[in-house]
Design a protein around this ligand. Sequence first.
Ligand code: NAI
Length: 245
Amino acid sequence: MRPDDAVILVTGGSRGIGAACARALADDGWAVALTYRTSPDGAAQTVRDIEASGGRATAIELDVTDAGGIAGAVEAAGTTLGGPVLGLVNNAGVRADDLAVSIDDDAWDVVLDTNLTGAFRLTRQALRGMVRARFGRVVNVASVVGPRANAGQANYAAAKSGLIGFTRTAATEVARRGVTINAVAPGFINTDMTAGILQNGAIDAIPARRAGEPEEVAACVRFLASDGAGYVTGTTLFVDGGLSA
Ligand code: NAI
């Protein structure tokens, strides 16, 4: 069972899917530390929203590609909110789209460093306390892109496929300690990341004939982080209106 004072860290929580996850997890009783990189105002707004609903939250600055900042962010989450960090949502992500033949090293590196290596380093750091506590919940925000091809996103697909592979294997390593590690794989969700690319053609390819909302991803993350999902680990939950069916 999750202790009452448990803290969950949500990366990229100032907007979009991350902010929706932070709100949903606070509603479910987690104290939420959300990280931001460039938008302190957005992060502060999410904190205010949570507090207005009776929850507890704090905002922490973190660039997930900064290896030296990871341990301090996890520690700050626990000390600021006064509880053990027993949850982690690796949500921070970027895309830098191009055809594989044209992707330069910078566009490759930033996408892999943010979406995959950052998630690995945070998980490695957070798992230590979770294993000691014999309770933990890690949810990685992957994508349908990776398991499914999407021309122009080879770097993003490599990162998100890697994240799913990492999820599966790391989950098996800590399962006996009461720690679960799962992924969600959103399809097209209405956020800043997809602004301008959700034209009619893209929507027509989705069986549900609409884009998803951040709250629909957050509901799945909330479930995977809950006590009720204690026997679910190493899996990927697609949240995509049937796109990958
Ligand atoms: P968004 O662009 O609104 O949010 C991305 C968040 O990641 C922002 O808060 C941003 O500041 C943060 N971030 C980016 N680089 C960072 C870094 N180096 N360090 C710390 N934070 C960083 O986009 P959205 O849609 O909310 O994306 C959230 C996650 O969902 C991402 O991992 C994305 O790949 C994934 N996703 C989104 C889909 C969509 O259709 N919107 C579909 C599938 C996956």
